[in-house]
Structure formats: C-alpha cells, structure tokens
Design a protein around this ligand. Structure first.
Ligand code: HH2
Length: 262
C-alpha cells in the first residue's frame, strides 16, 4: 500500500502533494514502483496534528481520487469522518482506512451500507495527545482485544469478514517499547483471523532506533516491513514502494524455495 498524503503537515511527505499535479505524479510513481493499493490521506494524524474540516479534507482528497480511480489500482482513503467516507465511496474509493476504527458517530453505518474494504486501526487517545504518556498493562492483549471488539461490531452490522483488515497502529499512543512488543508478537493479531495491515514506514520509532531524521529512514523502514511480513502482515503501508517491493521479492523467493523443500 503506497502512501500519498495530500496535507501541509504530514510527518514525512507533508506539503509535497498539495499541488494536484504533484499529487498525481506521486501516485503514478508509486503505481509504477509496484503499489497494489494507493492510500490517500487528507488529514495528518501525526502527534499534535491540527483538526481539518470536512470541506477542507474533501478538497484535498477528491481531485486525486477522481484522477486515479480508473488506473486499476484500488484506492484507499485514510479518514475518520463519516461525511468524507460517504463522499469518497460515491466517487469510487474501494477501501476506508480509519485510524479511529470507525468510532466517530455514523462512521460504522456508512461503511456497513457500502461494499468497501475496511481497515480498523488501534490508537490510544487522540493524535493531539497520544504520545504524552501512553500506558498499557499488557499492550498486545489490550490492542488485540480492542481490534476484536471493533471487528465484531462490524460483523454484527452485517459486514462480511472478508472485507475487514486489522492494524495494531504503530506509533499511535505507543512508546518504542510498546511498538517493539507489538511487532514481536504480531502472530497474536494474525490469529484474530483477518488480514493484517502494518504501518511502520519512516515512523519515529525507526528514528529512535537508528538516530536518523525522517528522510533517512528508508533502510530501517524496509527492514521493518520485511519483518512484519515475515511475521504475518498481509499489507504494508509504505512511502518507499520500490525499495519495499525489492525486499519483499527476496522474501517471496525464499518462501517459494522453502515450500518446494517441504
Ligand atoms: N499511519 C499513519 C496514517 N495512517 N493508517 C493505518 N492503517 N496504519 C498506520 O500505521 C497509519 C495510518 C501515519 O503516517 P503518515 O500517513 O505517513 O503520516 P500523517 O499521519 O502525518 O499524515
């Protein structure tokens, strides 16, 4: 899943795609590099990010969605607002990726009435405050329990399980230790029975581990994506599609070899 943030303030690509032609060029490049899905975001969720109105978010997301919807690559929209969900689904989005797991009033109903794919992500707190003092007694158990409840709420609303992917939400109300515990125990999330999406690309935990600024985290991001897929992730949400693709080709070849051996 290749990331295109049409925002002034995203932590990694903020401001790069505000011009519609630049946004299209980024999206086309990610497709050429091998993205299977494009994830378009119009609201930054980095720690401390400002709120964005429905009208503003739609004015950022819709032109790119309309430009890219006939490329054959499914478009995911990263949003938490039911009004935005409704509008982008009407304009051809295939997936709603919600870092707030459809907790906004009305959001669950909007996706349940459509046939879109859904990503439910875990976050502790809200972007404004989430990194202030994250606390868990058992991060893996609590995050898995939350995702299971949200998944079951969708099933109760009549959504088929094949439409739902889960995401532990790396960096969303989590310390480095929490993030590492989640990555080490990714199998617990796989055992919930849904495809697993993991987003570690260029995130601050990689900065903490490597002491590198955000534009020098490609190598650590590729390593993180590879480790996530090895532990069962089915979708990796990344900025650096070409580099991630190459790494995953090596893993795929190795898996093919191992299957041939057994
Ligand atoms: N991370 C970000 C945004 N959306 N969605 C899912 N499902 N999982 C994630 O880990 C995730 C996400 C944050 O990264 P980015 O979009 O690069 O930055 P920003 O939120 O500042 O736009």
């Amino acid at each position: 899943m290749g990331i295109v943030n049409v925002t002034p303030d995203s932590f990694s690509d903020g401001g790069e795609n505000l011009d519609p032609a630049a946004a299209r060029a980024t999206a086309q490049r990610l497709i050429q590099e091998g993205a299977d899905i494009l994830d378009i975001g119009g609201e930054s969720t980095r720690p401390g990010a400002a709120d964005v109105s429905v009208a503003e978010e739609l004015s950022r997301v819709l032109p790119l969605l309309v430009a890219m919807r006939d490329t054959g690559v499914p478009i995911s929209v990263d949003t938490s607002k039911p009004e935005v969900m409704h509008a982008v689904l009407a304009e051809g989005a295939s997936i709603i990726n919600d870092v707030r797991a459809l907790q906004a009033p009305g959001a669950l109903g909007v996706v349940a009435r459509s046939d879109c794919g859904i990503v439910l992500m875990h976050m502790q707190g809200s972007p404004r405050t989430m990194q202030a003092k994250p606390h868990y007694d058992d991060v893996v158990r609590e995050v898995a329990a939350f995702l299971q409840v949200r998944r079951d709420d969708l099933l109760a609303a009549g959504v088929k399980p094949t439409r739902i992917a889960l995401d532990p939400g790396f960096g969303f109300g989590k310390t480095l230790a929490h993030n590492l515990a989640l990555l080490a125990d990714l199998g617990r999330f796989v055992s919930l029975g849904q495809p697993l999406l993991v987003g570690l690309s260029r995130k601050s935990m990689l900065g903490q581990l490597t002491d590198r600024p955000v534009d020098h985290r490609v190598h650590s991001s590729v390593a993180a994506a590879l480790l996530a897929v090895e532990r069962g992730a089915t979708i990796v949400r990344v900025h650096d599609v070409a580099a991630t693709r190459d790494a995953l080709r090596v893993l795929t070849a190795l898996r093919g070899q191992e299957e041939g051996d057994s």
